[in-house]
Design a protein. Structure first.
Length: 244
């Protein structure tokens, strides 16, 4: 399980503060957990996280390698907003079986099950890579990098972006990709015949670059592909790759 850190965002301006920065509609926190990202002004991925409403605070559930930089960047935008961000001692448990009391549903996809914030961490033994591959769900440090555009990573399908909420950092580029262009690249499921490690370039039969293999589970994987080159024979090293 990816190491997570849990922060508390509190203060009367917490929702308005988040609303102007993240890709999703922070007002949806009144209905439950929200998945969102923070983007650069150029519309590229900086971090993704889950936001969980809890009383007078919002929990920020984020991959540990991204935590310090993301909190520092969020804090730059506080200005006069009455809001604060502080680390907590909370830990994450998650699973796909019966949800324990106090758990919340992962807002990205029903298959991702539940998340529980408290004194304990761990999971119920779910094969998370297999689950992510089956549903093409990206993860920070694997499919999600600083070169990622979130629409190419499937954030619309994963309930991670709202196109009606108004402005946020990187909104103009994201909206233009949604309304003015057809995606020519993106994450997709693939099947593999043969050995190939994550990070292996994917080439067409005549050697043209077509993408990169990311997470693999058994004979299936998540790959970033150029769709115009993804219909013919593809190879990752000696492994044959087929778009699922």
């Amino acid at each position: 399980m990816t190491d997570r850190q849990i922060y508390s965002i509190f203060g009367p301006d917490r929702i308005d503060f988040l609303q102007g920065l993240i890709t999703n509609d922070a007002r949806r926190l009144s209905q439950g957990p929200v998945y969102a990202a923070l983007l650069s002004p150029q519309g590229k991925y900086l971090a993704d996280f889950l936001l969980i409403p809890r009383g007078d605070e919002v929990l920020l559930d984020i991959a540990a390698p991204l935590a310090e930089g993301t909190v520092r960047r969020l804090s730059m935008y506080k200005l006069r907003a009455d809001v604060a961000i502080a680390p907590t001692a909370l830990k994450l448990r998650r699973g796909t079986g019966p949800a324990p009391e106090g758990a919340v549903a992962d807002p990205r996809h029903p298959a991702l099950g539940w998340r529980l914030y408290g004194p304990d961490e761990g999971d119920d033994g779910t094969d998370w890579d297999a689950l992510r591959v089956a549903h093409c769900i990206p993860e920070s440090g694997a499919e999600l990098t600083s070169d990622t555009y979130i629409l190419e990573a499937g954030f619309e399908r994963l309930n991670g972006v709202d196109f009606r909420k108004g402005c946020y950092v990187g909104q103009e580029v994201t909206a233009r990709m949604k309304h003015k262009t057809e995606l020519k690249k993106g994450l997709t499921r693939v099947t593999l015949e043969g050995a190939a490690d994550p990070g292996t370039p994917i080439l067409t039969a005549d050697g043209r670059p077509a993408g990169t293999l990311h997470t693999r589970s058994g004979d299936a994987g998540i790959a970033y592909l150029r769709f115009d080159r993804a219909e013919g024979e593809l190879y990752a090293g000696t492994a044959r790759v087929t778009r699922a």
